[in-house]
Design a protein around this ligand. Structure first.
Ligand code: ACM
Length: 265
């Protein structure tokens, strides 16, 4: 199976530019699964909800969704991308998985980062696992979810073989932390990060790039640099993620002793 990470610098408040850039980048891509950054269609540094509303889309509707669904169908890949989701008046920082057969699944970011708490509501549905192309089971988490080992653990215990991780990273630790998330859960991960500096009045952020694809031992299969724009693809056997055996007598999941753990729930 071919899996890919896309890295680029979106433009704040310019959905049309972001969509046409992504369409150009994805045209003809030979892969089975591609992951795009968090809020890839909108940019990140918003001062108010009012600025975000015009860019937000309802799940399964809207310009970006239609464009991504078409790309998925035409080029026969599953795609995961981040977008501001609107549901009634409520904004979520969400990602969508869209499959070539048209099916789609939504994840609403559970652990909001810093000023995101002023803009978005925290995800209201537990971590879940969904089928991508060829019935490979994938879990979605978004950016700062990396800080919470329970996120990747929940996805892995639910059967995720690949963790898709759209990101807009600003702290320097995620890329290394994800190596542990993969190792302790024996899953693959695709962290698709954005690059660049973004400013909105008094507010600004610099994003770290270095998108990466990791294997079930936490080894780096691909890591881009901090400014590159592009798509990197590797071939993996997702079946390896079903094997949790560490030694003859150790299994990463069967050896867990939940009754001995404290303060986790
Ligand atoms: C982040 O969660 N976008 C830092």
């Amino acid at each position: 199976m071919k899996i890919s990470a896309l890295q680029f610098q979106p433009k704040l408040q310019d959905k049309l530019w972001n969509l046409s850039t992504l369409q150009d980048m994805l045209e003809g891509l030979d892969t089975d699964l591609v992951v795009l950054p968090e809020l890839a269609i909108s940019g990140y540094v918003y001062a108010t909800k009012q600025q975000l509303y015009p860019l937000a889309e309802e799940a399964g509707k809207g310009e970006a969704f239609v464009a991504m669904q078409k790309l998925s169908q035409v080029y026969n890949f599953s795609i995961v991308y981040g977008f501001p989701e609107i549901s009634g008046e409520i904004l979520y920082n969400s990602s969508a998985l869209i499959n070539p057969d048209g099916s789609y699944f939504i994840y609403r970011k559970i652990h909001l980062f810093n000023r995101e708490k002023l803009l978005f509501s925290g995800g209201d549905k537990p971590f879940a696992v969904f089928p991508a192309k060829n019935d490979v089971m994938i879990g979605m988490m978004i950016c700062f979810d990396w800080q919470f080992p329970e996120a990747a653990r929940s996805l892995a215990l639910s059967g995720a073989q690949i963790i898709c991780h759209p990101s807009n990273l600003v702290l320097p630790w995620c890329q290394q932390a994800m190596q542990l998330r993969c190792l302790e859960n024996r899953v693959f991960s695709i962290t698709a990060n954005r690059t660049g500096y973004e400013e909105n009045g008094e507010l600004s952020e610099t994003f770290t790039g270095c998108s990466q694809i990791l294997n079930t031992k936490g080894e780096v299969l691909i890591r881009m640099d901090s400014i590159a724009k592009g798509i990197e693809t590797v071939i993996i056997d997702p079946g390896i993620a079903k094997d949790k055996q560490i030694t003859e007598r150790n299994d990463a999941f069967c050896d867990r002793r939940p009754a001995m753990y404290r303060g986790i729930t």
